[in-house]
Ligand binder design. Structure first.
Ligand SMILES: Nc1ncnc2c1ncn2[C@@H]1O[C@H](COP(=O)(O)OP(=O)(O)OP(=O)(O)O)[C@@H](O)[C@H]1O
Length: 754
């Protein structure tokens, strides 16, 4: 019974200080109540408390902590079975213990009364609420050197400081995440190098302190710190890729709102100037022998750097808050924000002396113990994304290598805004120790949008990061994860096609890149592509597997057409035969798709072919016309057009409504690519094969006039070829046809006169 998690009926995410083990549940609650009474902001924000017992305890002495409004899941499974406990449960247990329950959610007078108990020691409460503020004990020595910010940085700072930005609290996440990175870097150094590290006895931790009276927000870490050169490089220029993108975006003015962009990418350290008039940084590198430095700026054009004394290893940032940002010196408010975001920081984070996080490596936890909230929080923590992920996939295995992994498929990516390639987003751990962030090659390159964690005890810690990326272990993981993630997305797509279509609209280009770049896994990746189809309405997407499942019993190919739009696809001369035989055709609207399909080649044992290819001729078995007149016409047309323009002119067995078509046309997508590489080489369209429908009125007429009116007949023949090229998407510049068309029009009208 005592091992259960006690949960108030209503709770808010606020973390209170740990309560000593020696307190009974009741006195813990009383202490809390007393603390709340002295601190109205806590009472206001904490309508309930959690009481967590250590699971082995059979007495109330085991009360571990009065902690947080967030559920502490997985604490003790057996006892959780009867559901989360409520405030009433707390009260009942306390009564069982012979204690008077204190409902801290009631009004202050009731709390004070309840606290009137001989067991309650005021000193304990006072001891508990004594805050540990971080003091500014460092002093600058020597002259301050004034330096100008790099032009780009100045611009960014100006935007950040002056934009009307609604969600300024993001600065906390940015600097907590920088502090966490600095600690990870130090831990990695400790593990891999024999280098000495200064102040090696300092614990690895992040301390935050807010001082309402002085209007200060301070954060201090004991991480890797910065040398003077690093300080100039890192805080004087823009290294942060996100910020650069942000700036380019604003410069290009693509119609994206400024707020949206800040929200999307964060602006790193510079976000401190959203809330601060003045920001001071004290830092000392972990490499022994380096001095401490002070960096200070008001966020306008320049900053000052000077040597400083009394600087501990790591970095301390002091923000003097602007008048409109004083809320960030309020303990309750900041505690809520930090506890929300710091749960996944692998180091203790404290605020004014209180520990606010329980370090959770959620990828090592059993799947069923990780709640959706934990995933959402963890995703935001590792991705820096301000939006939710679309899919999540946790994959663990013990053989042949031990792996614990957790992947998230985001709902948003920046490449579509033309912001360059996304960095890979998976971090590599060995038994919860971060080896490297953003590891390349651990997933196929096209999956660079995936965020996540891979933890494997088999990773050699002493291998350099470069060598590690090229190791066979990483290559094996890449193949394994590549395959697993595709399968998982395909599974999710099947479960909820509408959700998948929405995701695919944004991420389809990655999938298609995958088909082109991953020869070993093409067919599997192709389960993810979606296209419109001749059998569905506009906007409805179908997958390759749906197509195969619906194919006619004797249909051995998958047919597609590439066209700039649905209307153009519908009008293709080659669609006729498919409509007639009720065969589905996939509509692809991007030139790239043709190349994708060429690479794919086959799906579900069916060849994937363009409807204009000779392979796609549904009337293959119909014998070609042997009519002399038709053969003569074809021959004459071929001679009249010349070898430079046509390879051959053939009698079609499949055209019924259209007069002509081009068979196996040069790939439009390929031409476009060649043009990009070498515009001269690709400028001329190579000779094509023209197919004619000799029973079409234009062709029968052409045949009858070609002897008497050779000029008109030649013009018509040339224009028929141009029409077929237009239809195949191979028309270079229609203006070259104008003179001919005008002559044909003139001729048509003159004939009308006769
Ligand atoms: N607490 C810190 N300790 C050590 N170095 C830091 C700290 N904070 C920032 N830095 C250095 O300053 C650089 C710039 O920080 P900023 O937050 O602007 O961007 P970033 O962290 O590189 O970008 P991103 O947020 O995309 O990772 C960091 O890369 C890091 O080298």
């Amino acid at each position: 019974m005592f091992g259960r998690l006690l949960r108030p009926a209503r709770s808010v995410p606020i973390v209170l200080r740990n309560v000593e083990r020696s307190y009974s549940v009741a006195s813990s609650l009383r202490t809390f109540a007393r603390a709340s009474a002295n601190r109205p902001e806590l009472t206001k924000q904490t309508p309930g408390v959690f009481v967590r017992f250590s699971s082995s305890s059979s007495s109330s002495k085991g009360a571990e902590s009065v902690v947080t409004g967030e559920p502490v899941s997985g604490f003790n499974k057996e006892d959780e079975e009867d559901g989360p406990a409520t405030a009433e449960d707390v009260a009942r247990i306390m009564r069982d213990l012979g204690e008077t329950p204190v409902d801290v959610t009631k009004d202050r007078a009731a709390q004070m009364e309840a606290m009137d108990d001989p067991e309650f020691k005021l000193e304990d409460a006072e001891e508990m609420i004594k805050e540990e503020l971080i003091e500014e004990t460092e002093t600058a020595t020597g002259p301050a050197e004034k330096r100008d910010f790099q032009a780009e940085t100045r611009k960014l700072l100006d935007i950040v400081a002056h934009s009307l930005y609604s969600d300024r609290k993001v600065f906390i996440r940015e600097i907590v995440s920088n502090a966490s990175d600095a600690l990870e870097k130090l831990r990695y150094k400790q593990l891999t190098n024999n280098d000495q590290i200064s102040d090696s006895d300092l614990p690895l931790e992040i301390k935050i302190s807010v001082d309402k009276e002085k209007g200060l927000f301070i954060i201090q870490d004991t991480g890797i710190g910065m040398t003077e050169a690093e300080l100039v490089e890192n805080l004087g220029t823009i290294a942060h890729s996100g910020s650069k993108q942000f700036l380019n975006e604003l410069t290009d003015d693509k119609g994206v709102s400024k707020d949206g962009i800040i929200g999307q990418f964060g602006v790193g350290f510079y976000s401190t100037f959203m809330v601060g008039n003045k920001v001071r940084v004290y830092t000392r590198s972990s490499q022994p022998g380096h001095k401490g430095y002070r960096w200070e700026s008001d966020g306008s054009g320049s900053y000052d750097i000077s040597e400083a004394e009394g600087v501990q290893r790591g970095t301390k940032i002091i923000i003097e808050l602007k008048d409109d940002s004083k809320e960030f010196s309020e303990l309750g408010k900041v505690r809520t924000i930090v506890s929300d975001m710091s749960n996944f920081v692998s180091y203790p984070v404290s605020i004014n002396g209180d520990l606010v996080n329980t370090v959770k490596a959620i990828w090592t936890m059993p799947k069923n113990e990780v709640t959706e909230e934990m995933h959402a929080g963890f995703y935001r923590f590792i991705s820096g994304d301000y939006q939710d992920y679309t899919y999540m996939y946790q994959f663990n295995t013990d053989v042949p290598i031990e792996i614990k992994s957790l992947f998230y498929i985001p709902s948003y990516h920046s490449e579509k805004l033309g912001m360059g390639q996304t960095e890979p987003g998976v971090s590599l751990y060995c038994r919860k120790v971060l080896i490297q962030n953003n590891v390349k090659k651990i997933l196929p390159e096209w999956m660079r949008f995936v965020k996540g964690v891979v933890d494997s005890a088999d990773i050699p810690l002493n291998l350099s990061r470069e060598l590690l990326q090229d190791s066979t272990l990483i290559a094996r993981m890449r193949d394994l994860f590549g395959d697993k993630i595709v399968r998982e997305i395909a599974k999710q797509a099947k479960k909820d096609p509408a959700k998948y279509s929405k995701w695919y609209k944004d991420f389809g280009s990655f999938v298609r890149e995958g088909i082109v770049t991953e020869p070993g896994n093409r067919e599997r990746i192709a389960t993810l592509v979606r296209y419109e189809s001749s059998k569905k309405n506009a906007g409805e997407l179908v997958g390759m597997q749906d197509y195969v499942d619906r194919a006619l019993p004797d249909q051995d190919m998958i047919y597609f057409i590439t066209a700039p739009s649905r209307a153009v696809a519908d009008e293709s001369p080659y669609m006729e035969a498919f409509r007639e035989k009720d065969i589905e055709v996939l509509y692809m609207y991007e030139e790239l798709d043709e190349i994708v399909m060429q690479h794919l080649g086959e799906f579900g044992k069916k060849r994937v072919v363009h409807i204009s290819s000779s392979e796609a001729n549904l009337h293959k078995d119909t014998p070609e016309s042997t009519d002399e007149k038709h053969l003569d016409l074809a021959k004459w047309m071929a001679e009249s057009l010349g070898k430079d323009v046509v390879k051959d002119v053939k009698i079609s067995t499949r055209l019924t409504k259209a007069p002509v078509g081009i068979v196996d046309p040069t790939s439009v997508g390929m031409r476009r690519m060649l043009q990009m590489i070498d515009s001269d080489r690709a400028s001329k369209i190579p000779p094509q094969t023209l197919e004619i429908n000799p029973s079409h009125p234009i062709l029968t007429k052409l045949n009858s006039v070609r002897a008497d009116q050779p000029d008109v007949a030649q013009r018509v023949t040339r224009q028929l070829l141009e029409n077929a090229l237009i239809s195949a998407g191979l028309c270079e510049d229609p203006r070259t046809m104008l003179e001919r068309i005008n002559l044909l029009l003139e001729d048509a009208l003159t004939r009308g006169d006769k």
